[in-house]
Write a protein that binds this ligand. Structure first.
Ligand SMILES: NC(=O)c1ccc[n+]([C@@H]2O[C@H](COP(=O)([O-])OP(=O)(O)OC[C@H]3O[C@@H](n4cnc5c(N)ncnc54)[C@H](O)[C@@H]3O)[C@@H](O)[C@H]2O)c1
Length: 251
């Protein structure tokens, strides 16, 4: 099987960091025109410039900004074929006892991981339906299927919500040629938060995590990107509503 995305237009959010960046690069290697988006203007702009992508700086949970970005892409390219919702993560938080979690903490994680995916799908599925083709891939987590290694209640709840949204979108949009799937990564040392988490385990904890992983290694951003690229391909047209764990066999 040879995956090509020539002529396709893709939007990848959360592309100032490892996983989003690897997805954007993988889609470009398959021939897609790639737009990248993130809150972090400096990093997403530098990444876009280095790779000939178009950068967008926004908070994906801002409904108007999300719609304006999608409209700008469609105005320029005439289409949007692939939406990868990789923005999210733990927003700098660590696991804490429930009584210490503020309303702001709770909302920040839901906004980044769930609200953005919803508003972007709302904006993108109009043009996708018109074209009779679309691919939505949500980056969930092992924390969307079971309790999180991070211990962050909002992260677990938000990723479970994203899994639910993936299944609902599949039912709603597949009749129009739009598939929606999620990738649930295991532990990937792809950003400062996951690196801090890895260090916090200490030598013993790291050894335990590796031993609980069938492949005996942590993930790489490219491991996640490869799964996304398949789900975003023409070849994956009869796969929808699925949550693909990419975790070295840990689950
Ligand atoms: N690294 C891991 O081990 C791991 C494991 C499971 C799932 N994930 C998920 O993979 C995705 C990518 O994670 P990552 O490891 O590349 O690093 P990350 O979690 O730091 O990346 C998230 C990116 O999203 C951006 N972002 C956050 N909120 C945003 C918002 N409201 N609007 C726009 N951009 C926003 C951040 O600036 C950042 O660049 C995330 O959704 C994360 O939850 C990561």
């Amino acid at each position: 099987m040879h995956i090509r995305q020539d002529g396709r237009v893709a939007l990848v959010t959360g592309a100032a960091q490892g996983i989003g960046q690897a997805i954007a690069i993988g889609l470009k290697e398959c021939g897609a025109t790639v737009h990248v988006a993130d809150l972090d203007a400096a990093q997403v702009n530098a990444f876009a410039q280095a790779n000939a992508f178009t950068a967008h700086t926004l908070d994906v949970s801002d409904r108007k900004a999300a719609a304006a970005m999608v409209n700008a892409i469609v105005a320029k390219a005439g289409r949007i074929d692939i939406l990868v919702n990789s923005a999210g993560g733990v927003r700098g938080q660590v696991g804490r006892p429930i009584e210490e979690v503020t309303e702001e903490d709770w909302r920040a994680i839901f906004q980044a991981n769930v609200d953005g995916a919803f508003w972007l799908a709302q904006a993108a599925t109009g043009p996708m339906r018109k074209a009779g083709f679309g691919r939505i891939v949500n980056i969930a987590s092992g924390a969307g299927l079971r309790p999180s290694l991070t211990g962050i209640q909002a992260y677990t709840a938000a990723k479970h919500a994203l899994v639910g949204l993936t299944k609902q979108f599949s039912q709603d949009f597949a009749p129009h040629g739009i598939t929606c799937n999620a990738v649930a990564p295991g532990f990937v040392r792809s950003n400062p938060s996951s690196e801090r988490q890895w260090q916090s385990y200490g030598a013993e904890g790291q050894k335990r995590l590796i031993e609980a992983t069938h492949t005996r290694r942590t993930g790489k951003a490219e491991d996640i990107a490869n799964a996304v690229i398949f789900l975003a391909s023409d070849q994956a047209s009869w796969i929808t509503g699925q949550i693909l764990s990419v975790d070295g066999g840990r689950s």
